[in-house]
Design a protein around this ligand. Structure first.
Ligand SMILES: Cc1ncc(COP(=O)(O)O)c(C=O)c1O
Length: 420
């Protein structure tokens, strides 16, 4: 043990010098002068909201993701609520989803008074497992909501078949996966509705913002009403036609995305290819730099081109003397802004207090949760940022691997002594 430890650098968490002087966040937006000018243009115009930029952004977005329609929303969460409404989820209905996601995915089911049912994920991708979904289908199943975890599309063909065979609506939460490809096709037209987010850590940023893409004209109309109080016409249409009359046809919300945000979205969309390219390079760099460490890399199935919203590694805890919590704290002390995605949704107190216990029902997701650490991943990360992450991981994992080797050696020595 001592021979190994003398070669180890003291960890920042134990008073050593951190790998970086300042914190590297796990995600962040990048905006340039074109983005700023696009917003300024709207601020000087007549329409801050419900104006022409909304339809322009929606058309450009639909065309980029290969869908017939795209309906903007004030956030990914609001967009998920719109999709749950358009799927006609109601009290008594169930929607099957993954526990390994941000709570908004399951919450949209609750907003509609329906019940989320959790099915386990695949061991490699940590995406919803079609076999496990089949086991959870019941006569109450109205929707299946898959999440493209970390930016790797789910098993879309298999899940769509399960949904169709059971007359369920197939919703893809692609908040991590803008620009990802599945069997050569862009994510956006491969489910009944595909939901995106433009939160600052995502592939394009509008502050808050979201979108639902669909090929179904009626669904698109429903989505438009729902984000506008359930009103059947929009303010600009009425102004242009000189009409004042409107009717509220459903109970909707004000989930509109402003022209300010849409102008930013149009400008940012123009940078999507570059952003995706940077993220793919960072992922390749990580895979090269970290290959000798006791970690599992995010899997990439053959038919997939992922969008790399996150880069979640799984610690091989059996080779380490500390758990995820301690390793996480050690990396943070090195000023590496690691994160954890996700606490299984049913472990949140809100869910635990209201639903029958789910603990143990999704063992793959639960085991993964104990091992997961998301490394920084954003398109403006530099090569030197990536190297800092790699140095910190080598430093921290060398310490905890050596300690575990030492502990194992001591245990073996003890056993020898005991055996005599
Ligand atoms: C999988 C997933 N779904 C939904 C959302 C909600 O998106 P928003 O933050 O835009 O409301 C997020 C946000 O991070 C997410 O990661």
């Amino acid at each position: 043990m001592s021979a190994i430890s003398t070669k180890l650098e003291p960890l920042a968490i134990h008073g050593g010098t951190p790998v970086r002087e300042t914190l590297l966040p796990y995600g962040r937006q990048s905006l340039d002068d074109d983005d700023i000018q696009a917003v300024v243009g709207v601020l000087k115009s007549d329409w801050l909201t419900t104006g022409p930029k909304v339809a322009q952004f929606e058309e450009a977005f639909a065309s980029r993701v290969g869908a017939r329609f795209a309906v903007s929303y004030s956030s990914g969460t609001a967009a998920l609520h719109g999709a749950a409404f358009a799927a006609n989820l109601r009290p008594g209905d169930e929607a099957i989803t993954t526990p390994l996601t941000f709570c908004a995915t399951a919450n949209c089911v609750l907003y509609q008074g329906a019940t989320p049912v959790f099915a386990d994920v695949c061991e490699d991708t940590l995406n919803l497992d079609p076999q496990q979904v089949l086991r959870k289908i019941s006569s109450r199943t109205k929707a299946i909501i898959a999440v493209d975890y970390a930016g790797h599309p789910s098993a879309l063909d298999e899940l769509r078949q399960v949904a169709q065979a059971n007359r369920a609506v197939f919703i893809e939460d692609a908040c991590h996966a803008l620009g990802a490809e599945y069997r050569g096709k862009c994510v956006g037209s491969l489910a009944d509705m595909t939901v995106f987010s433009f939160h600052p850590v995502k592939h394009i940023a509008t502050g808050e913002g979201g979108m639902v893409a669909t090929n179904d004209a009626r669904v698109a109309e429903t989505l438009k009403h729902f984000r506008n109080h359930g009103i059947s016409s929009e303010a600009r249409e009425r102004q242009e036609s000189g009409q004042w009359f409107y009717e509220m046809v459903a109970l909707g919300f004000n989930y509109r995305l402003t022209d300010i945000a849409c102008a930013l979205g149009i400008s940012q969309l123009g940078k999507l290819e570059v952003n995706l390219g940077c993220r793919r390079e960072i992922a390749a760099h990580y895979a090269r730099e970290l290959r000798d460490l006791p970690v599992l890399f995010p899997a990439v199935r053959q038919e997939i081109n992922p969008a790399w919203h996150l880069y979640p590694i799984r610690l091989k805890l059996e080779a380490l003397s500390a758990g995820r919590k301690e390793i996480f704290r050690a990396l943070r002390a090195e000023n590496i802004g690691v994160n954890v995605h996700y606490i299984p949704v049913y472990r949140h107190p809100y869910y635990r207090e209201r639903f029958p216990p789910n603990e143990g029902s999704c063992p793959v997701a639960e085991r993964a949760y104990e091992q997961l650490i998301s490394l920084p991943m954003f398109h403006s990360m530099t090569a030197s940022d990536v190297e800092d992450v790699s140095r910190a991981l080598h430093k921290v994992l060398a310490y905890y691997s050596a300690a575990s080797e030492g502990a194992r050696a001591a245990e073996q020595d003890g056993a020898r002594v005991r055996r005599g």
